[in-house]
Design a protein around this ligand. Structure first.
Ligand code: A2P
Length: 292
């Protein structure tokens, strides 16, 4: 597995396994299959409700804990300094680990940004104490990144955002890159374009992606993942289907040309599939994250 060196020297697998919207009772089997297929990065979140099953699958596998990069996210309801420290404890207990490899703030709270900053300060403490190996953010737009960089000491290692051919958020990626923040793509094959009623069709049916896939005897999903990896992003496709789990990691035996990459870059519609980050408030999205 190729890795990406984060801004603090920690190695992040370029391609990982996502479990967003994977039901708790399906998570163990999906993660077990992923580990058997060679995935060594698992991305979950307190808000997904499946951290416990991720931890169980890793423990039950033949793979050493030290070989698996575990990543999770603190939900907005646990923002604040003490609250976020407690949020780490909840996640670590559910995962059954002492140390989390990468801990992210799941969203900015634009209308309560001080709370977001206090949550990040807790991540800095966890990093200094060795309880996490790297810290970062998710769904941060340029103004949120700027607000954080202006006020906190540790540059986030990662910003995990929606990136697929129909919504590439180039300005967020460029700003992050200029400050040493690595972009990690959620919905990297554009799942959000087909499991949500969006303003565009499914990336899987895109004729440009389809033609490139055909030229390499690969699937559209593989082409999109390869595009992400070649552009230097970490990608975390989600699947519960064993065939597709295996398909999605099989992207290291071919290379897209500069023209093919440019053609995929040209598909950006500028339309977001997921929630608008500026509309996230505790009132609309807050919910209790149960204890372990
Ligand atoms: P499933 O879990 O049934 O495989 P993304 O991570 O980009 O959001 O994509 C996730 C969505 O894409 C899920 O609906 C998943 O469904 C589906 N999916 C995952 N891998 C593939 C693939 N290789 N081909 C087609 N659909 C896929």
């Amino acid at each position: 597995m190729e890795t990406i060196t984060l801004n603090n020297g920690v190695e992040l697998p370029a391609l990982g396994f996502g479990v967003f919207q994977t039901a708790a009772d399906q998570t163990r089997a999906a993660v077990r299959t992923a580990l058997e297929c060679g995935y060594r990065l698992i991305d979950t979140a307190a808000a997904y409700g499946n951290e416990r099953q991720v931890g169980e699958a890793v423990r039950d596998s033949q793979v050493e804990r030290s070989e698996v990069f575990l990543e999770t996210k603190i939900w907005i309801s646990d923002y604040g300094y003490a609250e976020t420290l407690a949020g780490f404890d909840k996640s670590a207990r559910k995962l059954g680990v002492d140390q989390i490899d990468l801990l992210l703030l799941h969203q900015a709270l634009p209308t309560a940004f001080d709370r977001t900053l206090e949550a990040y300060r807790a991540l800095e403490t966890l990093l200094a104490d060795g309880q996490v190996r790297a810290i970062g953010v998710s769904n941060f737009m340029v103004e949120h990144l700027r607000g954080l960089l202006d006020r906190r000491a540790v540059v986030p290692a990662v910003n995990q955002i929606e990136v697929h051919p129909y919504f590439a958020q180039r300005e967020v990626q460029d700003f992050a890159a200029a400050h040493g923040v690595r972009t990690q793509a959620w919905s990297p094959i554009g799942g959000i374009t087909f499991y949500r009623d969006g303003r565009h069709g499914s990336t899987l049916a895109d004729p440009v992606i389809g033609a490139i896939a055909q030229a390499h005897a690969k699937s559209p999903a593989q082409v999109m993942l390869r595009w992400g990896v070649q552009e230097g992003r970490s990608v975390i496709p989600k699947s519960t289907n064993p065939t597709r789990i295996a398909e999605n990691i099989d992207v290291f035996d071919f290379e897209l040309s500069a023209e093919e990459i440019a053609a995929i870059d040209g598909l950006d519609t500028g339309h977001r599939g997921g929630p608008e980050p500026d509309t996230i408030t505790l009132k609309t999205f807050g919910r209790d994250i149960p204890d372990a």
